[in-house]
Design a protein around this ligand. Structure first.
Ligand SMILES: [Zn+2]
Ligand SMILES: [Zn+2]
Length: 145
């Protein structure tokens, strides 16, 4: 009887501890991009339709993933025109980008985005994006040539 009561009181505490541990682990570990089957770059248009470039070729996706080396940075309040979606079978990772930010929004779960984690934009990744954007010569993406 005593043991049972102890278990019942301990359960909510364990649940809270478990959630806390998950949150802490999540904020410490870098996002996992492996398993990505498609990378989509989007330019948000305020008064025009969004522009999109999708990379679905498996080798091309792997090559681009290979350019992502992340280092944490503090958030800077700059506004971003571009987003990158990493599509994985289990969901997707949304990243908001500019020339110096790589802000991970995390996988959307039940309509909820986990906190943004800010990283420095990996130079090579941005130049891959710029190359793709500039190759769409008649779409006029907002990237520096
Ligand atoms: Zn900034
Ligand atoms: Zn930025």
């Amino acid at each position: 009887m005593k043991v049972r009561k102890l278990v019942l009181t301990a359960t909510p505490v364990l649940i809270v501890l478990g959630a806390l541990t998950a949150v802490l682990a999540w904020s410490r570990t870098a996002p996992v991009f492996s398993g990505t089957v498609a990378i989509t770059f989007t330019e948000r248009g305020l008064d025009r339709p969004d522009k999109k470039i999708s990379v679905t070729d498996a080798r091309e996706v792997q090559r681009i993933l290979g350019t992502i080396h992340l280092k944490r940075k503090d958030s800077c309040q700059c506004s971003h025109l571009h987003e990158v979606t990493f599509l994985k079978p289990a969901g997707q990772i949304e990243v908001s980008i500019c020339e110096h930010c790589f802000a991970v929004l995390g996988a959307k779960k039940n309509g909820w985005y986990p906190h943004v984690r800010d990283y420095w934009m990996p130079t090579q990744f941005y130049s891959e994006f710029r190359k793709l954007a500039l190759s769409r010569t008649n779409e006029h993406w907002h990237v520096q040539p």
